[in-house]
Write a protein that binds this ligand. Structure first.
Ligand code: SAM
Length: 254
């Protein structure tokens, strides 16, 4: 998978060199390029913002640096493609535009985007990007405005770090043991069950007996019950969204 990130603070994205995403980059599973939007300005001050039409507080990101940067990403990607780069497929790339006014980014969206060949992330700052860029980009990209949640950050970089990590770990080969992805929170619409490790008694607290029983069926049932109870207590909205086929007969008696 190829990932391009455009930002006026490219150094923010240095964390993508660390841990499993960094290793996936070194192993060639993820090709991550971080570009500086200011490289696509023409004035001495490398200006990327201007005052909003209609007045009001704050500044708005100018459209032209974004158009030039996105055109450059597209030409680099197609040059890579003609070199036989297997990372770039036939489908249009996805342009993810982080925005508190976007669709909420969920595990289902992460899964969907992990199956694409080329993702481009446009990190906004100030009051956001001139809306005409979103319209214009639809000629070349599938444009997806995405929100991390119902709160406002100062810029898109932190949102992109979260999204790239959530997407990248679903790319085959990035997580050593793919089974660990199956039982996680949100993979089946429920929150994960509580987990414990050694020692069996820690500061006078034990662990549930069933986990020491060696009885796989009972452990699986206990975990499922815990998932349901925890989801019901912390995120009843998730339970409401579960379709009836997602529950088995024993779940209904829990
Ligand atoms: N004026 C914008 C609004 O009210 O919708 C908020 C702009 S915010 C200060 C600057 C940038 O931070 C946004 O363009 C976006 O890139 C990013 N951002 C802020 N909150 C976000 C969120 N919840 N999810 C994703 N990106 C966010």
């Amino acid at each position: 998978m190829r990932i391009d990130v455009l930002s006026i603070f490219p150094e923010y994205l240095a964390a993508l060199d660390l841990s499993l995403i960094g290793k996936a980059r070194r192993d060639g599973l993820l090709q991550v390029n971080v570009g500086d939007l200011r490289d696509y300005t023409a004035d001495r001050h490398r200006t990327v913002d201007d005052t909003p039409y209609g007045g009001g507080a704050g500044m708005v990101m100018k459209p032209e640096p974004w158009a030039l940067a996105l055109e450059d990403v597209m030409s680099q990607a197609s040059a890579g493609d003609s070199d036989g780069d297997p990372a770039i497929g036939a489908r249009r790339p996805v342009l993810v535009v982080p925005s508190p006014a976007g669709q909420v980014f969920t595990q289902a969206v992460a899964q969907e985007l992990s199956e694409r060949d080329h993702l481009v992330f446009a990190c906004g700052r100030y009051e956001g990007i001139d809306e005409r860029v979103i319209e214009w980009a639809q000629k070349s990209f599938e444009v997806r405005p995405m929100s991390l949640g119902d709160y406002v950050l100062n810029g898109g970089e932190v949102a992109v770090l979260a999204m790239v990590e959530a997407i990248g770990r679903l790319v085959p080969g990035v997580i050593g043991n793919p089974e660990s992805l199956v039982e996680e929170s949100h993979s089946d619409g429920l929150l994960e069950y509580p987990v414990y490790t050694k020692p069996a008694t820690w500061r006078e607290q034990g662990i549930p007996d069933v986990l020491l029983s060696g009885h796989h069926g009972q452990i699986a049932r206990w975990r499922r019950d815990q998932q349901l109870r925890r989801t019901s207590a912390r995120r009843p909205d998730l339970l409401e969204q579960l379709h009836s086929g997602a529950l088995d007969k024993k779940d209904l008696t829990t």
